[in-house]
Design a protein around this ligand. Structure first.
Ligand code: ADP
Ligand code: MG
Length: 249
């Protein structure tokens, strides 16, 4: 994949919160369709970086965001959404009382007369998005009937409906069991195979690396480096994240 033109290219990203430099001149690239692992200790700036790409925060002047052939000084949430940049937050931002179909496809069926929502079309859209992930749920059930792992899938399906090109997952495995995590990683593989790039933040580094092509490491808001995932070990990553070296026997 080397030599491939990046889908996303961030340069000179700086972000300060009340005197705390959360990001220090960070650069970050994502290739089309790759699975990219973003690693760093708590507070290293991972979520802040994601919030800059998705338009939640505006980086300090001097930044540039090249995405899909266009250059931006900052993103807005609307621009990012429309350009196919999606994010799955840990606290999913879904509507438990609404049906699975409504959670996945509500925004797509709001036409000229939003009072008349075409439920049949919404169901179809939702079923198709779930099928892309190799999942079938009863889309008419309220979301609250499903466990957190399935809700995660609903959040991903919703991201797909809007023609996602780049999906950020910020610690989506935190509340999942081992088998639920395995299922989610399978879904990430499927997404990547269909051409969607995925940037994955997780404490389950070994498993995520297994499906990643590259790894970016942040420490105290600064870029440590970008590495091929193959051959990376847990202890090497810990060294990169902490800046401390350990004895290898
Ligand atoms: P990570 O996701 O890697 O754990 P974050 O990006 O959440 O790290 O945080 C990076 C640093 O910025 C931390 O020191 C954190 O306390 C600080 N920070 C993040 N968001 C805010 C905010 N909205 N206001 C103040 N400080 C923040
Ligand atoms: Mg975070």
């Amino acid at each position: 994949k080397s030599g491939q033109k990046p889908l996303l290219s961030l340069r000179n990203i700086n972000m300060t919160f009340g005197g705390i430099k959360a990001l220090k001149n960070v650069s970050f690239d994502v290739l089309p369709g790759e699975v990219h692992c973003l690693a760093g200790e708590n507070g290293s700036g991972k979520s802040t970086l994601i919030k800059i790409v998705t338009g939640v925060y505006r980086p300090e002047p001097g930044a540039s965001i090249d995405y899909d052939g266009q250059t931006y000084s900052h993103m807005s949430p609307v621009t990012a959404q429309a350009a196919g940049i999606k994010v799955i937050w840990q606290d999913l931002a879904l509507f438990p009382e609404m049906s699975v179909a409504e959670n996945i496809a509500f925004q797509t069926v709001l036409g000229r007369w939003p009072r008349f929502v075409n439920y049949a079309r919404m169901r179809e859209t939702a079923i198709r998005a779930l099928a892309r992930l190799g999942v079938s749920l009863d889309v008419d059930l309220p979301l609250k009937e499903y466990p957190i792992s399935q809700r995660q899938i609903v959040a991903i399906a919703r991201a797909l409906v809007g023609e996602a090109k780049l999906v950020f997952m910020d610690e989506p495995t935190a509340s999942l069991t081992q088998s639920e995590t395995d299922h989610l990683l399978d879904i990430v593989r499927t997404l990547s195979a269909s051409g969607v790039a995925v940037v994955f933040v997780s404490h389950r580094l070994a498993e995520v690396l297994d499906i990643s092509s590259r790894l970016t490491v942040l420490r105290d808001g600064a870029l440590v480096g970008v590495y091929p995932a193959t051959g990376m070990t847990q202890s090497r990553i810990t060294e990169l994240m902490t800046g401390k070296t350990f004895d290898h026997e």
